[in-house]
Write a protein that binds this ligand. Structure first.
Ligand code: AMO
Length: 443
């Protein structure tokens, strides 16, 4: 094997992306990354380098390299100089033979969990406690690369539907979704809260000419629930659209969005899905619309006794999910919940105890809720009072309605719950980089 370091010039491009390497056979290149794994063979070693976009396998041969293998430690950050040599037996068609190394940083100690295997084999607590380390595993990281692509697809689709992306305050004066779930913070000399959702602000905009808006942002819930589907901070993908005829317009929009996301991911998330060993099923459209009353009957028939007006709850949702699953249906709406169970901003279904509201359930779990809003000022104020709220606390919101408000509706999708069901993850925390729950505030 030749080593003509002195006669072959290092390319000017310096740091090359791994996927570009195949075009540089016969050249000497530089590339940087973290050493993921060193696999010693009898007379040489494979050094797996984790680069920005992918894993690159390098070959260390004592006769070729100008440094000792012992200088390399797993998780060290390095800059390698290597020669790209054609190798038909390699999947990439070439081998990268290491010549030199510049060590940029070295690990202080061996990581507390083994990360350089197919998956990080540890408890969920360790997985989260050691996030800065466990994310170095390809599988752990893939979930978040998929999450980013989901958000990208949301944006792309809604921009095409003439929606405007907005950002609403997360420090607010009033709760929108129910009093007990509010995080109170000290805002100089007065109390404030962390926003439970962008609900009131996205609705206010409906009368301004910004008549189709969406937001992807954090939502906070002071829920003492230690379940695998609740956290205290999640990312809500909210949309609101005016001039609707009925809540069916909103459900149709969500259906299109979800379909676009799932179809798109099959392609643009293909690499990560392969890493995770998952396939995405794109359900047939239209997604069925069940009513709350139909679901209540399904649940009772299955032996879980619920009364009219009761929340379907985790168990109830699961039963409905099983019934739908047997019919091969993954995604379906549950519409017309009792008005009593829904927040003040939801429109009542005239003359009935129900409301123009819906949830979108994905294999037995609610991933989104939404509905048509009450846009008539006087009816809205009455509904607030009925819910025990003081309209004066919502003056900033009501003002938008006092001066004319078009019919409108919208939705909120919890993106982590969506991801959990799509990838069949066991716990919502696995779909959050740094989850927050009643007992977790770090890392
Ligand atoms: P809702 O309160 O149902 O509705 O929330 C909407 C969606 O957000 C997700 N979600 C959560 N995810 C994780 N942990 C939690 N504690 C949590 N709470 C909610 C769920 C849920 O379906 N303003 C309305 C939406 C609207 O009508 O536009 C709202 O916030 O996926």
């Amino acid at each position: 094997m030749k080593t003509e370091m002195n006669t072959v010039k290092v390319r000017k491009t310096e740091e090359l992306e791994a996927e570009q390497l195949g075009a540089h056979i016969g050249e000497i290149v530089r590339l940087h990354g973290s050493i993921y794994k060193i696999r010693k063979m009898s007379s040489f070693a494979f050094v797996l380098l984790r680069t920005k976009r992918q894993m690159v396998q390098c070959v260390y041969e004592p006769a070729y390299a100008r440094f000792a293998l012992e200088e390399l430690k797993e998780e060290a950050c390095v800059r390698f100089t290597a020669e790209v040599i054609r190798e038909e037996r390699s999947r990439s068609g070439y081998d990268l033979h290491l010549l030199d190394v510049e060590i940029l940083s070295e690990p202080e100690e061996v990581p507390p969990v083994v990360i350089n295997q197919k998956r990080v084999n540890t408890s969920i607590e360790n997985l989260l406690d050691y996030r800065p380390i466990t994310l170095r595993n390809e599988k752990e990281r893939a979930v978040f690369q998929i999450q980013a692509r989901i958000c990208q697809a949301f944006r792309e689709f809604l921009d095409g539907q003439h929606f405007t992306e907005i950002h609403t305050p997360k420090l607010v004066a009033a709760g929108a979704e129910g009093g007990a779930e509010l995080f109170k913070v000290q805002y100089f000399d007065r109390p404030a809260y962390l926003a439970q959702s962008p609900q009131l602000y996205k609705q206010i905009l409906m009368s301004t000419g910004l008549d189709r808006v969406y937001e992807i942002g954090p939502a906070f819930r002071a829920e003492q629930s230690n379940t695998n589907r609740h956290v205290t901070e999640f990312i809500s993908f909210d949309g609101e659209m005016s001039w609707i005829q009925s809540q069916n317009d909103v459900m149709a929009m969500i259906e299109e969005i979800v379909d676009h996301v799932l179809r798109g991911l099959k392609e643009r998330g293909a690499k990560q899905l392969e890493v995770l060993g998952k396939e995405i099923n794109v359900p047939a459209r239209p997604y069925p619309i069940l009513t709350y009353s139909e679901c209540l009957k399904m649940v009772n028939d299955a032996g879980l006794k619920l009364n009219e007006g009761d929340d379907l709850g985790t168990e109830g949702e699961k039963i409905v999910g099983d019934v739908m699953g047997q019919k091969g249906i993954d995604l379906y709406f549950i519409a017309e919940y009792p008005e009593e169970a829904k927040p003040f901003y939801i429109m009542e279904k005239d003359g009935t105890p129900y409301s123009y509201s819906f949830d979108l359930d994905y294999r037995g779990q609610e991933v989104s809720s939404g509905g048509q809003r009450e846009h008539r000022y006087d009816v809205l104020v009455k509904r607030m009072e009925k819910k025990g709220l003081d309209p004066e606390d919502f003056e900033f919101y009501l003002e938008a309605f006092r001066y004319g408000m078009p019919p409108h509706g919208g939705w909120g999708i919890g993106i982590e719950r969506f991801l959990v069901k799509m990838l069949d993850l066991p716990n919502i925390r696995e779909a959050i980089l740094f989850p927050r729950d009643p007992s977790r505030l770090e890392p």
